[in-house]
Write a protein that binds this ligand. Structure first.
Ligand code: LLP
Length: 421
């Protein structure tokens, strides 16, 4: 459930009419609901009740400072994958002991910054990375808590670009080599092995791949404990999918996912960490855009919007589907018609969808892309010199711009001219 509903024929974000925000901010912009963010976090938190746990929001899905603060206030930890994300988490007031550091290519500088600023644990993805962290920790005279990410070779049954748990993917160490790698880690100075990490992919719509992976983690925990390792924390990654359409085949709920975690791993007495991103932020955000033109092609009508692939790249990159709805609800009984919905960027890939049935729309009409709160703003670029679009947060009947639209001047002034030019 989200908090974007029609009231008196106008799409609202919580208690605010989206048309009102559009008039104040100008389109296009991202719009987030505080209540939805909190609700989704709480669903995970409650799903793990009774087990020692921490829900670490995967900031890669949405890293706006205000969004992080909303989640931190209700108790979220953060999963970061770069020095920039770490700095953002700290700037939002998240304490280091609630930040986990994931990712295959952490640099020595990023390790140093996190060790100095405070970190819950590093999720280590390779032996060279383990050696690098050992050296950095020793140079600082500290001990770095680590888990090692294992690749369980499980098919997540999701889009190839976002599956991570197959042996051919770049992530983690092969689970078959875990015994040796853990032995090496235990012998290295500056490191303390505290657990195991696994993440098999994103937008999973079935529980079975999770079950297979977590069963392997349970077996591995017992094996490593028998080898003398003190495995007390299991980081299970993120990946639970969201409904991108309003159809009946909704993905499993966090409560079912929580039950599966307890069922497969509960007997081990470990602290559980999860790193959901999309399920918390995805349906807590929409992208609002206006129609610039309706263009009649040879055999089809194009709806040319003021949002483009640089603002929301998911359809171009993953053939992702986003529901697109008019902000002013169509009158009952109005006949829908097919449109190719595109942006102004100069390439054919700038097509959000083809032959989508919509009520008739005219220039100036507002549309909302649903499920755009995750991997929307964070993946945006200024391609075609289109400035990054604003982000707006709603809480009850209030709204605030939480990242403003840069002016052309601000965008241009990020470039600098060398002295010889
Ligand atoms: N933990 C790790 C180690 C991850 O790599 C990811 C996502 C997550 C947690 C969060 O997964 P989530 O709960 O959001 O599914 N840009 C793509 C998604 C890429 C996901 C990458 N890793 C998209 O727009 O669909």
């Amino acid at each position: 459930m989200d908090h974007f509903l029609y009231r008196n024929g106008v799409l609202h974000a919580e208690d605010v009419a989206i048309s009102e925000i559009a008039a104040a901010v100008g389109t296009p912009f991202y719009l987030y609901s505080t209540a939805t963010l909190q609700r989704h976090f709480t669903l995970f938190d409650e799903a793990l009740a009774g087990t020692e746990h921490l829900v670490c929001f995967a900031m890669k899905s949405n890293s706006n400072q205000a969004v992080l603060k909303v989640l931190a206030e209700v108790g979220a930890g953060m999963d970061v994958v770069s020095g920039g994300e770490y700095a953002r988490a700290i700037a939002a007031g998240v304490p280091g002991e609630k930040i986990v550091f994931s990712g295959v290519g952490k640099t020595a500088q990023e390790m140093k910054d996190a060790l100095t600023g405070g970190i819950r644990q590093f999720n280590i993805e390779s032996e060279p990375e383990m050696l690098a962290l050992s050296a950095v920790a020793q140079s600082l005279g500290v001990v770095a808590p680590i888990t090692i990410r294992v690749n369980p070779d499980v098919d997540a049954k999701t889009h190839a670009k976002i599956a991570t748990g197959k042996s051919e993917n770049k992530f983690g160490i092969p689970i078959a080599r875990a015994k040796d790698v853990y032995a090496t880690a235990a012998a290295l100075p500056g490191l303390k092995v505290i657990g195991i990490d696994v993440h098999i992919g994103s937008q999973l719509t079935e529980l079975e791949p999770f079950r297979l992976a977590y069963q392997k983690v349970a077996d591995l925990t017992e094996m490593l404990r028998a080898e003398g390792h003190d495995i007390k924390r299991l980081d299970l990654g993120g990946g639970l999918g969201i409904p991108y359409t309003r159809s009946n085949d909704a993905p499993p709920l966090p409560i079912e996912y929580g039950a599966l975690i307890k069922d497969t791993l509960g007997h081990l007495g470990c602290e559980i960490e999860i790193e959901p991103g999309r399920l918390i932020s995805g349906n807590a955000g929409v992208l609002i855009s206006s129609v610039i033109y309706v263009k009649s092609g040879e055999d089809r009508d194009f709806l040319i919007l003021d949002a483009a692939m640089n603002d929301l790249i998911r359809p171009a990159m993953y053939e992702a589907h986003h529901d697109i709805v008019p902000v002013i609800e169509a009158e009952a009984g109005v006949e829908q018609q097919p449109y190719d919905i595109v942006g102004p960027v100069c390439e054919t890939g700038d097509t959000f969808t083809k032959q989508r049935m919509m009520p008739p729309l005219a220039p100036g009409d507002l549309v909302a892309f649903r499920s755009a709160g995750a991997y929307g703003a964070v993946m945006a670029s200024e391609y075609n010199s289109r400035p990054l679009i604003p982000e707006v947060l709603v809480k009850d009947d209030q709204f605030a711009v939480i990242r403003k639209r840069p002016t052309y001047e601000e965008m241009i002034n990020r470039d600098t001219i060398p002295s010889w030019l």
